[in-house]
Design a protein around this ligand. Structure first.
Ligand code: PEP
Ligand code: MG
Length: 753
């Protein structure tokens, strides 16, 4: 094996000199490939740069035909170079031409070379290009050589990222600045245009080459030691919940911080001549590339943890505290995070926040609920979002469909700007409807209420002109709290809610936890089918202390004024009766102790479980009011998990089975003389709301953003006509869905849906 003259340290030193020379980018790159070839005793050294279209263009070469530079390109995934870019992994072959991916390019004259070693140019997990060395002989490259080439590739990646190379290829942007379109899951409606703010900013390492290797080894060891101590401190004494980090994650950090393989790789990287921070980043970069390839969610999660840990070490090395809160937020900030707790979101200056992008976070996650409450457009489940962006990058999100446009082209940007303007104009029109009563053309008044759960929701009452709060999800306060709220804290919170709504009615729903709604401080129960499991009123009846403290807080908070409370997931009349008993016992207790009582108390049952449809007459008589939780009712009626994208939209709520079920509920409520509301997502969609009015619903409760569109529909609707249409259509045999008939009706009648 030929020995490299000087090894990686000499190479890095020479590289630093070349980087400092006052020469043009192409000349610098040419010198670099010549240097690497000489240092590694290779006949060929070439640099391929990934262009905006994903193709890899030969940017410089020592050994191949110079005429091929900027002419030879490999399409994305083509050839060995394409393979390295795609997998983001090094590739070492003693006979490249026998590899199935080998793609022969006659203009390069590479047919005489056999041995091949290529490494990706990685930065922050992105592949920016590929660095290759080749030899005529059928030789095997050593691990040290591969390591040296990877270290060199880091310096080159930094050069690419600095934008210097852009000057060479005026016609094409390189991959780092490439526009990207990512698709996630819509979490909160709205279009936001702005610039990236990383929730936990990455450190960009600029000082790559060590002046004194021994000093760098010491710095690395000290930083790791300090990081370990800080993690131990957090685990032993820290207010863990306050940092939004659960013990489990910290334990994983601790494990990684002692992982010998990781430490060895970083130490070796320093010994090749990198600074301590460059060594951490070098190893982190490999890790990120692995993360991008990893499909197993558990392993990816662990790689993410390791990435977080490396960030902590980097922060120590460059002497900055690990900060999460944003002190100086730019205007039009779009926060990009791997994950975030609701409390962290609330810390941002809302007047500057235009959107939120998360790698995690489903539509029912706490952060999504808070983002909706704050009306901040949000998209979740955007894979590797934090690795794809840099602070300050232009970014656009469309929370209605889940689109994220990173570094958008000008035409894309203007299209979204137009969409945002259109939305704003429409909102303006809805605002004009705010003070009009929601009455149909044939004089039927429809009560439009809000769904809420946090204090930040309540200003929407005045903004939308809603009649009241039809569903107050009390579990949200519990979900965002760090520990179980005390009775006193609950009472204070409910008093604040009642204060905020003023004279308008509010219907509190008792704790609807379990299933996917987990309280961080409560022991998680492992269940095969959480949606069919121990949740909502089932927990309340089995753990009556929890329900009692909530009821007591509600009764006290509502002293002297009407109180409306309803129970989620009631499956039988007997369950409702037991819940009522608990309330009555609390009333008796409070009155015995001289507390003022609410002026009236109404107890309602949510109709969400199909079994109740077969006791609908009884429950209508037994409860003071009914409220249809259509999200759950549809899930259980069609046996289709509302959180499972494969089935959630498989069945149409405007099909006969669900419409008949809904009609059954309205008819029985009317017969028993009980008010009935519908508070699931259905009520907030104009077409569906139109059908509900046709079935006989007169009260709907919905997200704040839906009030305007639904009211606009109501004002143009003839309720008797839509009722007649539904009656006619539901009597016909074998109609799959009434949606087409309803759409056609709305068009004919000029009802905006
Ligand atoms: C419902 O199920 O329709 C409902 C309103 O309750 P949640 O969405 O909170 O389960
Ligand atoms: Mg429900």
């Amino acid at each position: 094996m030929p020995t490299a003259p000087g090894g990686p340290r000499v190479l890095l030193r020479r590289l630093r000199e070349i980087m400092a020379e006052p020469i043009g980018a192409q000349a610098r790159l040419d010198k670099i490939v010549t240097l690497i070839a000489a240092n590694m005793v290779a006949e060929v050294c070439s640099v391929y740069v990934m262009r905006a279209d994903g193709a890899l263009e030969l940017y410089a070469t020592e050994g191949l035909n110079r005429e091929a530079v900027h002419l030879t390109t490999m399409k994305a995934g083509e050839g060995l170079v394409g393979l390295i870019a795609k997998t983001a992994e090094p590739l070492s072959l003693s006979d490249a031409q026998s590899h199935p991916a080998f793609s022969y390019r006659p203009e390069t004259g590479e047919e005489i070379y056999h041995a091949f070693l290529g490494v990706p140019l990685l930065r922050a997990g992105n592949t920016l290009g590929v660095l290759v060395v080749q030899n005529r002989t059928y030789r095997v490259y050593t691990d040290e050589e591969m390591e040296a080439l990877q270290t060199t590739s880091m310096v080159l990646a930094e050069m690419l990222a600095s934008g210097e190379l852009q000057a060479i290829a005026a016609q094409e942007a390189t991959a780092l600045r490439r526009p990207l379109h990512q698709r996630g899951v819509p979490l909160a409606d709205g279009v936001g245009l702005g610039h990236v703010v990383l929730h936990e900013p990455r450190i960009v390492v600029k000082n790559l080459i060590a002046e004194d290797v021994q000093r760098e080894v010491k710095r690395l060891e000290q930083a790791i030691e300090e990081t370990r101590a800080a993690i131990d401190e957090l685990i032993e004494h820290g207010d863990v919940a306050h940092h939004g980090e659960h013990r489990e994650v910290l334990e994983t950090f601790r494990m990684f911080a002692h992982d010998q393989g990781w430490l060895r790789r970083m130490r070796e990287a320093v010994l090749t001549g990198l600074t301590a921070e460059a060594a951490v980043e070098r190893v982190q970069s490999d890790n990120r590339a692995r993360m991008l390839r990893q499909t197993d969610p558990y392993l990816r999660e662990r790689l993410h943890d390791l990435d977080d840990l490396a960030n902590r070490v980097l922060h120590r090395l460059v002497g900055r505290e690990f900060v999460t809160a944003q002190a100086s937020l730019p205007d039009n900030a779009i926060v990009v995070a791997r994950s975030m707790g609701p409390a962290a979101l609330l810390e941002y200056d809302r007047s500057r926040l235009r959107g939120l992008v998360l790698e995690e976070g489903g539509p029912t996650s706490h952060i999504a609920i808070v983002a909706r409450a704050l009306a901040i457009p949000a998209v979740g489940e955007v894979e590797n979002a934090t690795a794809l962006v840099e602070t300050g990058d232009p970014i656009i999100i469309d929370g209605s469909v889940g689109d994220v446009q990173i570094r958008p082209r000008a035409d894309v940007e203007s299209a979204y700007a137009a969409k945002a303007r259109l939305r704003a104009r429409r909102q303006e029109q809805y605002r004009k409807l705010r003070d009009l009563p929601a009455v149909t053309k044939d004089g039927i008044e429809i009560g439009l209420h809000l769904n809420a759960g946090l204090l930040v929701d309540l200003p929407h009452l005045a903004e939308t002109g809603a009649a009241g709060v039809g569903l107050f999800r009390t579990e949200l306060q519990f979900m965002i709290a760090e520990r179980m709220p005390s009775g006193a804290a609950q009472q204070k919170f409910y008093s604040a809610v009642l204060e905020a709504v003023g004279d308008r009615p509010v219907t509190f729903r008792t704790l609807d936890i379990g299933g996917d709604k987990i309280l961080p401080y409560m022991k998680k129960v492992e269940e095969e089918n959480p949606a069919l499991g121990w949740r909502a009123i089932r927990i309340s009846l089995d753990r009556p202390a929890l329900l009692r403290s909530q009821i007591r807080a509600l009764l006290k908070a509502a002293a002297g004024r009407p109180l409306k409370v309803m129970f989620p997931m009631v499956a039988t009349c007997a369950e409702f009766a037991r819940a009522r008993e608990i309330v009555e016992r609390e009333q008796a207790y409070l009155s015995h102790h001289g507390h003022a009582a609410p002026s009236s108390i109404a107890l309602g049952a949510m109709v969400e479980v199909p079994s109740l449809l077969f006791e609908i007459g009884e429950i209508a008589r037994q409860a003071d009011f009914l409220s249809v939780g259509s999200n759950d009712l549809m899930q259980y009626l069609f046996a289709a998990d509302r959180e499972n994208r494969m089935v959630a939209h498989r069945f149409d709520p405007l099909s006969p089975p669900s419409l008949r079920a809904l009609k059954l509920i309205v008819d029985h409520a009317a017969a028993a003389g009980r008010p009935v509301t519908l508070c699931g997502e259905l009520g907030g969609k104009p077409l569906e709301a139109m059908a509900l009015i046709g079935l006989g619903f007169r009260e709907l409760s919905m997200a704040p953003a839906s009030v305007g569109p639904v009211k606009a529909m109501v004002l143009k609707l003839d309720a008797a006509r839509v009722s007649a249409l539904l009656e006619r259509e539901l009597a016909r045999p074998a109609v799959e869905s009434l949606r087409p008939a309803l759409v056609e009706f709305a068009e004919r009648q000029g009802v905006p849906v």
